[in-house]
Design a binder for this molecule. Structure first.
Ligand code: PAF
Length: 287
């Protein structure tokens, strides 16, 4: 058994037309491959929501800041396709670079506000690349539902904003971050950690959840965040790129817990950049 693969927009649309003739609803799970349990949880959720599920696999050059990072990105299509078979995904859409960005491609989708701080401040052009490719994948698949993980929370909010602003007829579904038993958020980057770094890595989610707890109980935001940064560095992380409490909708830094908020972090462990986030609600709040 294998999962069917489409490589072209025309091939994809031919399959979609057959599904639509039969009245099937369609979900898309955008990925860059190197599938792990986090991706598979999105596929499972999509299969519970829609009649047909397309997993896309495209290592999008427009969202990488460095050529070396793009070259080093794992490409494991055969293994990825094999992982989709037992789940029952209906189609793998894995276009080549020229299919997505033919010669003369000149359009960029840019979402201001939500994409400017946090990762956006450290990875120029990254979110334009994400928005452009996700817009294309939504338009190419015409899916009813798009599934994204909360692990990449800023990406999720950017996609939601883009869908709203451009009236793209798709429902964005967010799924919780999948974690290892020790709390480390699953990421394709985790394989780059040495055994010693892997042992230190879970300190990030543990500081994050302790800090969220303190903030929820009313600890002053700035000093609590400063102490958390110190704890991450003391654990062995090389650099904390950002650690911020933001309002959840706009991702603007906040020192007030009046609305649903999110604590977000990016930190370097040796040569690996890890990101994570957790929800923060004031104790007693029903949000
Ligand atoms: O989260 C990812 O893997 C990518 O940013 C996405 C959404 C597939 C776009 O390339």
């Amino acid at each position: 058994m294998s999962v069917p693969i489409a490589r072209t927009v025309a091939g994809l649309r031919q399959i979609l037309a057959g599904w639509r003739r039969n009245g099937a609803s369609v979900a898309v799970v955008p990925t860059m491959g190197a599938l792990h349990e986090g991706h598979l949880s999105l596929v499972r959720a999509a299969l519970q929501t829609a009649d047909r599920v397309i997993v896309t696999l495209f290592v999008n050059p427009k969202q990488f800041n460095s050529a070396a990072d793009l070259a080093a990105y794992p490409r494991t299509e055969n293994e990825d396709a094999a992982k989709l078979v037992p789940l029952g995904a209906h189609l793998l859409y894995a276009p080549h670079g020229e299919e997505m960005y033919p010669a003369g491609f000149a359009t960029t989708v840019s979402v201001s506000g939500v994409s400017e701080g946090l990762c956006g401040a450290f990875r120029p052009g990254h979110f334009e690349g994400v928005a452009t490719v996700v817009a294309k994948l939504f338009l190419q698949t015409g899916a009813d539902f798009g599934f994204f993980g909360e692990k990449d929370f800023q990406q999720l909010q950017l996609v939601r904003r883009m869908v709203r602003d451009l009236d793209i007829p798709i429902t964005v579904v967010a799924c919780p971050t999948v974690r290892e038993a020790d709390g480390l958020a699953l990421s394709s980057r985790n394989v780059r950690l040495s055994p010693a770094e892997r042992a230190v890595a879970p300190k990030l989610p543990s500081v994050l959840s302790e800090t969220a707890e303190l903030l929820a109980r009313g600890s002053p935001v700035l000093s609590t965040l400063a102490a958390a940064r110190e704890a991450i560095l003391a654990a062995g992380y090389r650099e904390v790129e950002y650690l911020e409490l933001c309002d959840e909708a706009e991702l603007r830094p906040t020192t007030l817990l009046e609305r649903p908020a999110r604590l977000l972090v990016a930190a370097w462990l040796g040569g690996t950049r890890l990101i994570d986030n957790v929800a923060v609600s004031p104790v007693g709040s029903t949000d």
